[in-house]
Design a protein around this ligand. Structure first.
Ligand code: SF4
Length: 243
């Protein structure tokens, strides 16, 4: 499996914020987020620069599992990049983790553009649909990113499986400014997700940027009955790798 990094930390966002977790960050993404204001995503070394020499490269799933066992927390977070790009390996990885111990809590963090059978092995799908404010305007990726960033049938299907009780779900949105909420409300109408599963988070790759946007996002949450999530890892470590 193509891996960017493996590390042990605390979950920094969403429903399981603060939970000790082993992170499996896969390499490569099908999108290229560049947020309003100019920041690339906080793991650009998996998307914009997947050939970064610090990425771990191809790893046997057995080796990934043995690294997990060095720490053995309840939570495993499979993130990216976009983990669903490596669907076959993702399914095997989830199966193997559940074979070790069925109470391991697996979260897969996805941009929600690809569906696959991994969902039957996991506990929480953390979907982060990408809004217009993520489009890398003026770059060669602009057109493809804008075309691919929202896959409504996939988002609806994930929400349907959640409603059938197959897994828990959360919808996380990075907020650059107040206008982002209009697109989230349109998406909510199309997909049908519940407010109680929505988390709005301030965009930024430094604690300073998060601090500047926090109050604006808190007010949007209050007004629209969405949840607020800080981004603990950015507040503690900025966008350094391995945290
Ligand atoms: S979808 Fe996620 S990993 Fe991919 S470019 Fe956007 S923020 Fe980065």
């Amino acid at each position: 499996m193509l891996i960017s990094e493996l590390f042990y930390s605390l979950q920094g966002e969403g429903k399981r914020t603060g939970f000790p977790s082993f992170f499996i960050r896969t390499n490569y993404c099908n999108l290229r987020c560049k947020f309003l204001g100019g920041n690339l995503c906080d793991s650009a070394y998996t998307s914009w620069d997947p050939k970064d020499k610090r990425n771990l490269g191809e790893m046997d799933i057995s080796l990934i599992i043995s690294k997990y066992k060095e720490y053995y927390p309840v939570d495993v977070v499979i993130t990216g990049g976009e983990p669903t790009l490596q669907m076959k390996d993702l399914i095997v990885l989830c199966q193997k983790l559940k074979e070790i111990d069925s109470s391991i809590f697996i979260t897969v963090e996805t941009n929600g553009t690809i569906i696959g059978d991994y969902v039957q092995f996991i506990d929480l799908v953390s979907v982060s649909p990408k809004l217009k404010s993520s489009v890398p305007f003026g770059t060669k990726h602009e057109e493809k990113h804008n075309k691919d960033r929202l896959n409504i049938p996939v988002l609806k299907f994930l929400n349907k499986l959640y409603n059938e009780g197959k897994f828990d779900i959360q919808w996380k949105f990075v907020i650059c400014n107040e206008k982002d909420v209009n697109e989230i409300l349109e998406l909510k109408d199309k997909v049908g997700f519940k407010n109680s599963n929505v988390f709005l988070m301030p965009e930024g790759v430094t604690a300073e940027e998060i601090n500047q946007k926090r109050l604006m996002v808190v007010e949007l949450c209050k007004k629209n009955f969405f949840n607020f999530s800080d981004r603990l890892h950015i507040l503690c470590w900025g966008n350094q790798r391995g945290y």
